[in-house]
Design a protein. Sequence first.
Length: 511
Amino acid sequence: MPETAETSRSTAVLQPDPGRWKALVFIALAQLMVVLDATIVNIALPSAQQDLGISDGNRQWVITAYALAFGGLLLFGGRIADLWGRKRTFVVGLIGFAAASALGGAATGEAMMLGARALQGAFGALLAPAALSLLAVTFTDAKERAKAFGIYGAIAGGGGAVGLILGGFLTEYLNWRWTFFVNIPFAIVAAVGAYLVIREPAGGRNRSALDIPGVILSTLGLVALVYGFTRAESEGWSDAGTIGMFVGSVVLLGAFVLVEAKVKSPLLPLRVLTDRNRGGVYLSLGLAVIAMFGLFLFLTYYLQVVKGYSPVMTGFAFLPMIAGMIIGSTQIGTRLMTRVPPRLLMAPGFLTAAVGMLLLTQLEVGTSYAGLILPAQLLLGLGMGTAFMPAMSLATHGVDPKDAGVASAMVNTSQQVGGAIGTALLNTIAASATTAYLTDHAAGATTPAAQKLLQLQGMVEGYTAAIWWAVGILVVAAAIAAVLITTGKPDTGAVAGAGAEDEVKVPVIAH
């Protein structure tokens, strides 16, 4: 009977992948490895610099080489995932990341280290969008999707702080090289598990010809943008090279948008960006990451330099934020995501984080960790965890499966660009405030003890000035989420409202 055949076809389409929860373990493990790497190397950098004879002028390139390759190639990586298939891209990304990490751990000089970091960034740009888009096409039921993205959001938000703890342990008790070697078992387990368990839904590939002009323009434009902010931090905002990078980035990315509007098979279909809800997610998430990156930086320096914490103690001092993120993402976000519209989680989440940030504007040299820093971190973690989780899900929600890779890449791109802006912008604000404070109070510091205290007070003054800006940025992120994101709560069915012929891979959002 035709009706029975049609019903059976529909059921086959809607049938969830039986191995999806096992797949989540390996996707989450890979995501943890990429996020860990963003902070774990920072802790090891002083030791690595000394051993490899890297000059102070070139030291920042250990971080910048990774950031440029990762940020510049993300859109290309997302498109490769759509073209090759997400599972294949994911496994290749993991193997490449492991090989690059082995190269970094075995580095005998500056060139080898910088090359390894650039390779890590390139393979990370394959891996990150493939991981998120696999999640998007594997979990099709709204409630299950909420749980899966809750776990993913907690890792994406809290992994950086875990990197500080792990980096401190490995550097202090083993050797800086282990901050690279530790990636290898992560990658091997995730790659083998992914190969055996992950089953990519049929019909999700985009086999259109690769948009070469789009690849070149987007890669060069994003590299120029990220490097512009990185250069601004070290050379200043008025430096001719910095201005040149920003101008070049605007020209290249403007040309990219024009090309994408005209070519038959664009690298980044503009429909992915022009969707109001998705655009709101990319913008608010990028702003929130600006605030978060600045905070990690200043709080790490405050705890180590001002309070005298060891690297390991500093890592453990970030635990309340990790706990807050896990609770916010898996308990608040996951439980409420199918009951309320995403903006009612994202806007209050960013505002809660802003309140936590506001507490940190009260930092002084003698501030109590338990009295101020701990509650501030809990609020920050709860707020960010609650907001990140629906943001990650909504960024890939309702996207044609053929565009899932590039839509996922845009999430990573907004975070990467946000991180570069956050580090450069907030560092500049902090440095200016510190200089102004020292100039104003230098006359009163006449003894060595008073001069040392003045230095610490100047540093804290700089941190709090920058944190005030971070508070404002989080408030703007909340406003954008509240105004631009208008979608309603997700339907509870996997493909509610879809006909059998639609073969929808993700749940439909009710407006």
